[in-house]
Write a protein that binds this ligand. Structure first.
Ligand code: MN
Length: 320
């Protein structure tokens, strides 16, 4: 998915200033953002209080939406640099196509992992016909400096490790949980998992990671905190060996975590770079250049880049 905001802000992130070295519990409500003409998403990252959780730098949660008589997701070709996109569905289907020639239908329980590296272009659409319900998350992972020039790649994994435990199941989307490892290729230490709780589940964590939990459906109690409902995210800090998750009626949540991302990054629109100049160059080359390829067979227009905001921001400066 794309950031379709027509006036996106230039955002700085990374570094250790905002990382809680010990367990905390901070709840964020998603901010509603209209994607295109019809799709409303809840943006959990970045938000006013937090930019990254490990290398995870962008989290949109959408649905469940009834799109039986609607076009559903319609995101025309747009560029990315410096990040990976992780597509994860609970309901529905998304048709992914990119400038590598990838042409893939993503279904619930399947990982769609796109590595932008230096440059990639992709489009995402609800197929025709499509299931009535659409429900999922779109996630971005910031790439470390040594992966910024890595070749663009597309990876689709239909069979992910699933841990069946008393009190629930854990599907490992990225990284590993309790020794069960996702085939998804990550460039820094991180974890992403879909956790279905029915009753009480103990979820082991890597204490060196910072973590957050996004509730996608139902209601869950984390340790002894107040119940967390759908669409809300709790930032948990570092230093937790595990979580106690309780949901009598059942809940689905997304666990995100990773080693604190020490590098300072600059994010704007669909780009993650290290400097203002990285962003300016990528924008210019998307609008008038040959750095980004095309999505063959896409019937429609490429998404034009918004105007750059005034002013300059530099990573690692006084402005966080
Ligand atoms: Mn995208």
């Amino acid at each position: 998915m794309s950031n379709l905001d027509r006036a996106p802000a230039l955002r700085l992130g990374g570094g250790l200033t905002d990382v809680a070295p010990r367990p905390v519990y901070e709840v964020f409500a998603g901010k509603e953002v209209l994607l295109g003409e019809s799709t409303m998403v809840r943006r959990l990252l970045p938000n006013l209080g937090r930019r990254l959780v490990g290398a995870w730098c962008f989290v949109d949660h959408y649905g469940p939406d009834d799109i039986a008589s609607a076009p559903g997701m319609q995101v025309p070709p747009h560029p990315h640099i410096g990040l990976q996109t992780v597509s994860w569905l609970l309901d529905g289907e998304v048709h992914h196509r990119d400038s590598l020639g990838s042409d893939q239908l993503i279904r619930p329980g399947e990982l769609g992992l796109m590595t932008a590296g230096h440059a990639i272009t992709h489009a995402e659409q609800s197929p025709v016909p499509h299931p009535a319900l659409l429900h999922g998350v779109q996630l971005w992972v910031a790439l470390p400096s040594d992966a910024l020039t890595t070749p663009a790649a597309w990876q689709h994994s239909a069979a992910l490790p699933v841990i069946d435990a008393r009190g629930g199941t854990v599907t490992v989307i990225m990284g590993d949980v309790d020794g069960a490892r996702s085939p998804g290729h990550a460039h820094s230490p991180l974890v992403g998992a879909d956790v279905a709780v029915q009753g009480a589940l103990r979820l082991p964590l890597e204490p060196g990671f910072e973590h957050a939990v996004l509730v996608m459906s139902g209601s869950v109690t984390i340790d002894d905190e107040a119940p967390l409902g759908p669409g809300a995210m709790a930032y948990l800090g570092c230093g937790r060996p595990d979580l106690r998750l309780t949901s009598d009626l059942g809940a689905r949540m997304l666990l995100l975590g990773g080693a604190p991302f020490e590098e300072h990054i600059v994010m704007w629109w669909n780009f993650v770079g290290r400097s203002n100049d990285d962003i300016v160059a990528a924008r210019a080359e998307w609008m008038d250049g040959d750095r980004f390829g095309d999505v063959d067979g896409f019937d429609g227009y490429r998404l034009p880049a918004p105007d750059l905001p005034p002013g300059r921001l530099k990573p690692g400066g006084a402005t966080r």
